[in-house]
Design a protein around this ligand. Structure first.
Ligand code: UDP
Length: 307
């Protein structure tokens, strides 16, 4: 197949790009290289790369000509960056996705895969693991725009018939991730012998999903028909202070953990609890993420630090 990946040079995008190229697909990437190019050189040689912004309609229209599928992962993300740039964040989401959908209709694309977020659930994680049926609670520019796009895609499917899938990622971590996110940040601090900066009590939880599992789930979901919203979650809850301890242990670091107040701009984004169910993913694909956080952290330490 010929697949266009917007944001294909970013963390999740670059890992998916590599996998699709390795499987023999023809891949075109659009990326504005906001966070640099994370595609390895041997993969980069085999793709068509377009430096551009999804907010530019002609770029998206031209890049998607002749494609079968568009994977739309271009986004501004990372709590600190989003909090400082709420308008850019929403513009990239809303205008970018509108461009992807319109270009897909003109170019007869069979399917769109869209990167949504578990951030959409906000403070909804009270009882069991979050399923896609739980009432969502988007409160930030980022989550609100992601939710808007889920509904926008659903509407286009309903009215114009284009197949689409919105994947809700749960704290993906792994190779090529930069230290906007907690796991690479703790690794960096631990390997430099600096204190690990745990925000608040450290008792807030997240569900960490390993990148290879995330990519596996995405690849399988490319074959689904119709419109779906699907969690990609590891289904295990980890307290952030335990993540810090685990990384200190894996790296053999002498770093301490320091409990500090989160920067004020993070307040709207902070939730106490987040853990997802991948039941729907399993129903659709027969697959659920299965790399434990400890295993995944050891893999990253080996890959990123040659240990
Ligand atoms: N966190 C932390 N110290 C840091 C960065 C993040 O304790 O230096 C916590 C943050 O408060 C949140 C969790 O780690 O509870 C995950 O943060 P991240 O920004 O990676 O993703 P989020 O789930 O907030 O989107």
């Amino acid at each position: 197949m010929h697949i266009l990946i917007t944001g294909g040079a970013g963390f999740i995008g670059s890992n998916l790009t590599k996998r699709l190229v390795d499987e023999g697909h023809t891949v075109t990437v659009i990326d504005n290289l906001l966070r640099g190019n994370k595609i390895d050189s041997s993969t980069f040689e085999k793709i068509k790369f377009i430096k551009g912004d999804v907010r530019d309609f002609d770029t998206v229209l031209n890049a998607s000509k002749g494609c079968d599928i568009v994977v739309h992962f271009a986004a501004i993300l990372g709590v600190d960056i989003v909090a400082d740039n709420p308008v850019d964040t929403m513009d990239t989401e809303v205008i970018g996705t509108r461009n992807v959908i319109l270009a897909s209709q003109i170019n007869n694309i069979k399917k769109i895969m869209y990167a949504s977020t578990s951030g959409i659930y906000g403070h909804s994680a009270i009882g069991n693991a979050l399923t896609e049926e739980v009432l969502v609670d988007p409160r930030t520019s980022y989550a609100m725009a992601k939710r808007y796009n889920e509904i926008y895609l659903a509407s286009h499917h309903e009215e114009k018939g284009i197949d689409a899938i919105a994947v809700r990622f749960f704290n993906v971590y792994g190779h090529n991730q930069d230290n906007r996110m907690v796991v690479p940040r703790f690794f960096e601090q631990a390997t430099k012998g600096e204190a690990l900066t745990v925000f608040g009590t450290g008792k807030q939880t997240r569900d960490f999903t390993y990148i290879d599992d995330t990519v596996e789930a995405c690849v399988r979901l490319l074959n689904t028909k119709g419109f779906h919203i699907v969690n990609i979650a590891n289904e295990h809850e980890w307290c952030i202070d335990d993540v810090a301890k685990e990384i200190v242990e894996i790296t053999g670091s002498s770093s301490e953990t320091s409990f500090i107040d989160a920067p004020k701009k993070r307040y709207d984004y902070e939730v106490e609890r987040r853990v997802g169910s991948s039941d729907k993913l399993f129903e659709l694909t027969g697959y659920r993420p299965n790399t434990s956080l400890s295993e995944g952290l050891k893999k990253i330490y080996k890959i990123n630090y040659n240990k």
